[in-house]
Design a protein around this ligand. Structure first.
Ligand SMILES: Cc1cc2nc3c(=O)[nH]c(=O)nc-3n(C[C@H](O)[C@H](O)[C@H](O)COP(=O)(O)O)c2cc1C
Length: 184
């Protein structure tokens, strides 16, 4: 089982990371898990070049190139995003834009997410769902939303957040088993 966990909050040890850690803790010991903290990387969103239309690859030479390799390698991709101004974080959005060239290459990978925020989170979910559906990924998980306020540790106000994150991890494992070994 090859898992890529993409941490999309500007705060490395914030609410979103706690939830994503809880989700991936459900993967079996044999799972190979790569964690990517977008806040540690240097990259931009999509630019004006349209070079990928000609070359079939993204030609921007920045840290996103290593993330592309991990995305292509993974069988399961799990995103963690805070809701920021009613959408995914800027870094997750930039990553999404940069995958424009990958058309078809993420097909049938299992995708999941955890999101932390407090209100207007619908469009955050919509962006995550649209990304996975447009890439023909298999949308998994169980919709883990953590109700937080702005300060660190405020996840404690939502007793269901971490539980739901674990459920998302479990569901991704279940879906993986179902698809890869026909286990129900
Ligand atoms: C710039 C900014 C915009 C935000 N916008 C929203 C929002 O639209 N909806 C929401 O529920 N929370 C919003 N929040 C709150 C964060 O989503 C919330 O604090 C989240 O748990 C932060 O995750 P973190 O601890 O991983 O950084 C915003 C926070 C910031 C910094």
């Amino acid at each position: 089982m090859k898992v890529l966990a993409i941490y999309g909050s500007p705060r490395k040890e914030g609410n979103t990371s706690l939830m994503l850690d809880a989700a991936i803790s459900e993967f079996p010991e044999t799972a190979e898990i790569h964690k990517v903290y977008l806040c540690d990387l240097n990259f931009s969103g999509c630019g004006p070049c349209r070079e990928c239309k000609v070359t079939g690859n993204c030609v921007i030479e920045d840290d996103m190139q290593q993330v592309f390799q991990k995305m292509l390698w993974a069988e399961i991709i799990v995103f963690g995003s805070p809701s920021q101004f009613s959408d995914v974080s800027v870094s997750i959005k930039q990553l999404m834009e940069r995958t424009w060239w990958m058309k078809g290459q993420l097909k049938n990978k299992i995708g999941g997410y955890v999101v932390s925020g407090r209100r207007y989170m619908e469009s955050t979910l919509n962006t995550l769902h649209a990304f996975m559906l447009r890439h023909r990924m298999i949308l998994g998980g169980s919709g883990a939303l953590g109700f937080t306020f702005t300060e660190m540790g405020s996840l404690d106000y939502d007793p269901l957040a971490i539980r739901d994150a674990h459920n998302t991890g479990r569901r991704l494992v279940e879906l993986y088993d179902f698809i890869y070994s026909g286990k129900k």
